[in-house]
Design a protein around this ligand. Structure first.
Ligand code: UD1
Ligand code: UDP
Length: 399
């Protein structure tokens, strides 16, 4: 390499910032070899700023794109236009994108139009259903089409890419960077924040819930809320804590249904220390979040996934999660089983995290440097993330 290649890193939402943080730190650690430019679309505002503050990350460019209740066409168009302007004024040798958001997809497209190579962190996850998760399944696939270097978190993600015809020398299996992020936080400070304000510490078991998926807005989110009401009625020894996403389509439903019910605690989004502290001390997790599904096994917590299909089947295949859909009856039955049946609970709590081992960012940077040097980016035998799940068995249930 004659000069240090310049790597753009783009992110815009809470999960992208969390999962990019370890990559950004590793880029900074290898600053003798690579330069970095951090670009925030700020598709999210408060929820993104919470993450950046926790990690102490300051974007070089803030495109400040969030508007109230932004629609999909609007945010896609605005990310495409604003990223294009930024890429035109910044000489990048590569753009790193993360995951499946509109920021990731539209920034990848803008980079492709300028012939800037795209490297995709968390590539290859597939549900094979373009409507679930919506629009993320399509965002991730479209980003993959213009990607030069795919950082697949697991071997299943790699198999998905191979099945679509991606050449093996363009795929590196790294583990998911979210596991690195959890490790980084735990090294910064003990994950022992008190319960969010106003929630009594009375020894009751805590059920942690998050739900925000676009495909569940309306009736399905109402089903989820009704199931939560049933659960606190059936189980006097539980409290439910639900940090509510700021999207108004989620907030309005959840506040209206669950706002004033004993032992159901709705909170604003928690900062990452607060959220992981809660994950560490809760009894059970109910979620439709991708990141939360991947974090829970690190804390030995069983997960009930509030989705019909998942692009992250590893935890279910390893017996650590169940994909239960969004019907009121199914949610109540599955949660009741784990509240009543200590053997089923214990079986779901044990084992390694199938999504990563905390070294994903190091692998990503190693592969990226090799690639810039014109070498094969694939790491030596045994250096890639091995994981515990290696079949491509499909995990899907009908609603
Ligand atoms: C977005 C991503 C989704 C990701 C999720 C993570 C898309 C299409 N969706 O979801 O893939 O799983 O983020 O959380 O890329 N808002 C605020 N403050 C914030 C964030 C959001 O007020 O900090 C409100 C605004 O009114 C905003 C709205 O929520 O317009 C929707 O934000 P958006 O980025 O579209 O979020 P989601 O689609 O819910
Ligand atoms: N998270 C957080 N505070 C909260 C809820 C979630 O910091 O109040 C973190 C969580 O630990 C995970 C990420 O946000 O890393 C998940 O983000 P989200 O559910 O918004 O998006 P998804 O993972 O579904 O894309």
């Amino acid at each position: 390499m004659n000069k240090r290649p310049v790597v753009g890193v783009v992110f815009g939402t809470r999960p992208e910032a969390i999962k990019m943080a370890p990559v950004i730190f590793e880029l900074q650690r290898r600053s003798r070899e690579l330069q970095s430019v951090l670009i925030s679309t700020s598709q999210h505002r408060q929820m993104l700023d919470q993450v950046l503050a926790v990690f102490g990350i300051q974007p070089d460019q803030d495109l400040n794109l969030m508007t109230h209740n932004q629609g999909l066409n609007e945010i896609t168009r605005r990310v495409l236009e604003a990223t294009e302007a930024t890429l035109a004024s910044t000489e990048l040798d590569c753009l790193l994108i993360q995951g499946d958001t509109t920021t990731a997809f539209a920034a990848a497209l803008a980079a492709f139009y300028r012939k800037i190579p795209v490297a995709h962190v968390e590539a290859g996850l597939r549900s094979r259903d373009i409507h679930n998760p919506y629009p993320e399944e399509v965002n991730r696939r479209l980003a993959g089409v213009v990607t030069e270097l795919h950082f697949a978190p697991t071997s299943l993600a790699r198999e998905n890419l191979l099945a679509e015809g991606v050449s093996p020398e363009k795929i590196v299996v790294t583990g998911n960077t979210v596991v690195d992020a959890v490790k980084l936080l735990a090294e910064m400070r003990a994950l022992d924040c008190p319960l969010p304000e106003g929630i009594p510490e009375d020894g009751r078991r805590i059920i942690l819930i998050t739900s925000h998926r676009r495909e569940s807005w309306g009736v399905e989110l109402e089903n989820i809320c009704n199931a939560i009401i049933d659960l606190v009625q059936f189980f006097p020894d539980i409290r439910v804590i639900y940090p509510v996403h700021m999207n108004p389509n989620v907030r309005n439903t959840v506040m209206a249904r669950l706002g004033k019910i004993d032992r159901i605690h709705l909170t604003a989004p928690l900062d990452y220390f607060g959220f992981l502290s809660l994950l560490r001390r809760c009894y059970l997790v109910l979620t439709d979040s991708g990141g939360v599904q991947e974090e829970a096994p690190t804390f030995s917590k069983p997960v009930l996934v509030l989705r019909k299909v998942t692009e992250r089947p590893e935890a279910a295949l390893a017996g650590r999660a169940r994909i239960i859909g969004t019907s009121r009856e199914a949610i109540v039955a599955e949660a009741a089983d784990l509240l009543n049946n200590s053997i089923a609970y214990r079986v779901m709590s044990e084992g390694e995290n199938p999504y990563g081992d905390g070294h994903a960012a190091r692998r990503i940077l190693e592969a990226l440097v090799r690639w810039f040097q014109g070498r094969n980016p694939i790491l030596e035998a045994g250096q890639e993330f091995q994981g515990t799940v290696s079949t491509s068995e499909e995990v899907a249930i009908s609603g």
